[in-house]
Design a protein around this ligand. Structure first.
Ligand code: SAM
Length: 281
């Protein structure tokens, strides 16, 4: 790390540097190393194993896009499961929907929740909402064992290794399908089209035989390597654009800074290289 900067090295081929003001915390949990730092231009950063997870400057993009796309396609989302997401940003956006009665957060690492609550209240504040229940534990196990059903499942996880590895596997998604209601939708953090296109393709290969509808959508993230990132979308029948009603967004009148009904539709317009890759069997 060059002095005065905190660098994220990615795949050994690219490095992103943030001007460092001070280190706030660093703790090794049984799963990973969790850090929070203060930067000059991007607010506070949450890093896991040296990878930027959340920056106060642009976290609204990621969290609005991972939450509002599925919650505005579903006609009336009431019960939502968030897997990972220990920083609380996704839960914050989910709970903006007045129809949501219950949001379960299944996060494997309590250190992430504690660090976010203490040092990044901007994302973690809603974790204290009475509609939110935090279940510390493996999301794979939670989905396998729960008897609850959910309208939307959001997999807001780290990259497909370590504790998150099984969150990118077929057995997990078969269990997700079982716990989804009839109009259920699942979206997942799927990585960079520039650097991890295999992750996006593999997710599509896994989802296609399990869900009648599967797709991918994009958003820009200033603090992630390459600046362009993907989510996967899958459902038991609802189509992400054709079954989306812009009137729901207008009616909800949520205080959003990135997501709107035009962005929703545009996010599913994929660049040709990604379309070609995803059409390969
Ligand atoms: N919102 C961030 C982003 O922008 O990418 C990432 C979300 S959050 C920090 C990623 C979380 O996934 C971490 O807190 C990690 O502990 C959690 N996680 C990884 N594997 C998990 C598993 N199997 N079950 C539950 N949570 C898991």
């Amino acid at each position: 790390m060059s002095s005065g900067w905190i660098d994220e090295e990615y795949q050994g081929i690219v490095r992103t540097g943030f001007r460092l003001k001070r280190r706030i915390m660093r703790r090794r949990s049984p799963f990973q190393t969790v850090e929070v730092v203060e930067t000059k231009g991007h607010g506070r950063l949450l890093l896991i194993d040296g990878m930027t997870m959340v920056s106060e400057r642009d976290e609204f993009v990621y969290h609005e896009m991972i939450a509002h796309v599925p919650l505005f396609v579903h006609p009336r989302p009431r019960r939502v499961l968030v897997i990972g997401g220990g920083d609380g940003g996704t839960v914050r956006e989910v709970l903006r929907h007045r129809s949501v009665e219950r949001c379960v957060l299944a996060e494997i690492d309590p250190v992430v929740v504690e660090a976010s609550r203490r040092h990044i209240p901007r994302t973690a504040a809603s974790l204290s909402d009475p509609r939110c229940e935090i279940r510390i534990g493996d999301g794979v196990k939670f989905v396998r064992e729960t008897r609850e059903h959910f309208d939307v499942v959001i997999v807001d996880s780290t990259e497909p290794f370590g504790p998150a590895k099984e969150l990118f596997g077929p057995a997990f998604y078969r269990d997700v399908r079982r716990i989804l209601t009839d109009e259920g939708i699942v979206v997942s953090q799927a990585g960079s089209p520039f650097y991890e296109i295999a992750t996006i393709r593999n997710l599509r290969r896994i989802l296609r035989p399990i869900f009648p509808i599967s797709d991918a959508y994009l958003f820009t993230n200033q603090t992630y390597p390459g600046g362009l990132w993907a989510f996967s979308f899958a459902s038991k029948g609802l189509r992400p654009v054709r079954d989306f009603r812009a009137a729901r967004v207008a009616r909800a009148r949520l205080p959003l800074r990135w997501y709107n009904s035009e962005i929703h539709a545009a996010a599913f317009a994929l660049p040709q290289f990604l379309k070609d890759e995803l059409s390969r069997r």
